[in-house]
Design a protein around this ligand. Structure first.
Ligand SMILES: [Fe+2]
Ligand SMILES: [Fe+2]
Length: 475
């Protein structure tokens, strides 16, 4: 089960050849997927030989193989973690019953919606990032971008497999629609707002892979608990790939910080204008990018009070982060959880039924996890002897979903007037001129071992290759 069959048109470890109808349906979807990749995947890069990892097994020891491939020839396929024998449902109303190997009729619509929503984010991020290759700061970074892109493509495969296998004709139609929506398109946009935002420069890319791919991690972790066993198994394997995406983000931002601090010490200044003139990103600008990506991403967890979240949990479709490690009753009836509301011009906590607050529970778990990396970034600044510290903004800052949508809140959590917001927003979120400055730094660096001026080289190469390895060869 853990070995992947690469002799078939669609690599898989699900015995695809034994289900001819499914195999045919997926083989019909495959050329449409490739057309989408050619239209919307990384721009102008179809002929590059890229040093990519490909999954060859779902065994945690040695699941990947590295080698130069042209991206359209990447072997996208269907890989599920091995099933757990006699797996039992471990939360919700069906606690203790056998996990489902098929979709229960009464949960079909909700499961389909969950799978489509997750699936839609995968091609969306590829579309958002498709121009970045033109301004890569190094071959090493270019390769990492492409690795993230091909794996997001594979994540789409993972969801389309479930749609085709378990949802019949509706599933096939959803599979087509996933190739038709476009990030940022006015008529047919991607489902979630953060996936319709632009990723216009590499600083945004690193922030996105740190913050927004981490939302992916938390959603996948919650789905990995699902009573619908094929969904649990496929998301578990997706998480193996996801770890690298967050690494790209965390190390990318860290290298930008490292380079900025080096320049601050060299020039003995913290004046943003002088640092910008020297071609590095000043720390206050980094903080504004952080504020933007953090706030847009925490919106992805949905409304703080949600009856859908309660239904998804109680019916066993979607668990909590690390459900299996928690020691409560895994049903949560009669329990409460605090959410934030504005009362008398202040943010106050209100206790609501926990089942209805499960989006907020997941958001809070996410926030704890993402703060960890920010502290590691601060270590880089501290080590350089600089007093500045980065900070995640208050969770009510710049929110567009739930009870806090439209409430004006400063990064420190004070509820403020529209006038105060207007007077300060350029200190808190990237302004047009910040974005123009960062865009101006972007330029293509393709000589092996060379890096753009605004970013430090990484400490190590990929798969123990040297940093100056030819990670991408141009055709
Ligand atoms: Fe993904
Ligand atoms: Fe990802």
């Amino acid at each position: 089960m853990s070995t992947i069959n690469y002799s078939e048109k669609i690599p898989n470890n699900v015995n695809l050849s034994e289900d001819r109808t499914l195999q045919r349906a997926l083989e019909q979807w495959q050329p449409n997927y490739l057309n989408w990749w050619n239209d919307m995947g990384p721009e102008g890069s179809q002929n590059f030989d890229v040093y990519l990892r490909t999954a060859v097994s779902v065994d945690p020891q040695g699941w990947a193989q590295f080698g130069h491939v042209k991206m359209p020839d990447y072997r996208w396929g269907i890989f599920l973690n091995p099933g757990e024998k006699d797996r039992k449902i471990h939360f919700g109303d069906h606690l203790g019953e056998a996990a489902w190997q098929d979709v229960p009729g009464e949960y079909r619509a909700n499961l389909r919606r969950i799978i489509v929503t997750q699936g839609d984010t995968e091609p969306a991020s590829v579309e958002q990032q498709r121009h970045l290759g033109l301004t890569a700061p190094s071959l090493y970074d270019l390769r990492n971008l492409f690795q993230v892109n091909v794996e997001e493509g594979r994540h789409l495969w993972a969801m389309v497999y479930l749609l085709h296998k378990f949802f019949g004709r509706d599933g096939r139609e959803e599979g087509e629609a996933l190739l038709q929506r476009r990030s940022g398109n006015a008529d047919n946009p991607r489902i979630l707002q953060a996936f319709n935002e632009k990723t216009p420069d590499w600083l945004s890319f690193f922030m996105f892979t740190y913050f927004t791919d981490r939302d992916g991690k938390f959603q996948l972790c919650a789905l990995a608990e699902s009573s619908f066993d094929p969904l649990a198994r496929t998301t578990k394997f997706m998480l193996t790939e996801e770890a690298h995406h967050m690494f790209v983000g965390e190390s990318g931002v860290s290298r930008v910080i490292q380079r900025t601090c080096q320049m601050m010490n060299e020039l003995k200044t913290d004046d943003p204008a002088k640092l910008r003139a020297a071609g590095v990103v000043d720390l206050p600008t980094l903080q504004r990018y952080l504020n933007f990506h953090f706030s847009v991403t925490i919106d992805l967890f949905g409304a703080d009070e949600s009856s859908n979240a309660a239904t998804f949990y109680s019916t066993g479709l979607k668990g909590r982060y690390e459900e299996g490690k928690r020691t409560d009753d895994h049903q949560l009836r009669g329990q409460t959880y605090p959410v934030l509301v504005v009362q008398g011009g202040q943010l106050v906590e209100k206790q609501v039924p926990m089942l209805n607050a499960l989006n907020e529970v997941l958001r809070d778990d996410y926030i704890k996890d993402s703060v960890g990396g920010v502290e590691r970034w601060n270590k880089v600044i501290e080590k350089a002897g600089i007093a500045f510290r980065l900070k995640t903004p208050h969770k009510a800052f710049h929110r567009n979903i739930g009870a806090l949508a439209g409430v004006r809140v400063a990064p420190d959590g004070r509820v403020i007037s529209q006038a105060e917001w207007n007077a300060n927003v350029d200190q808190w979120l990237p302004s047009g001129s910040d974005r123009a400055f960062v865009a101006g730094l972007m330029g293509r660096v393709v000589e092996p071992g060379k890096f753009a001026n605004w970013i430090a080289p990484p400490a190590l190469g990929i798969n123990r290759q040297p940093v100056d390895f030819a990670y991408v060869r141009f055709g």
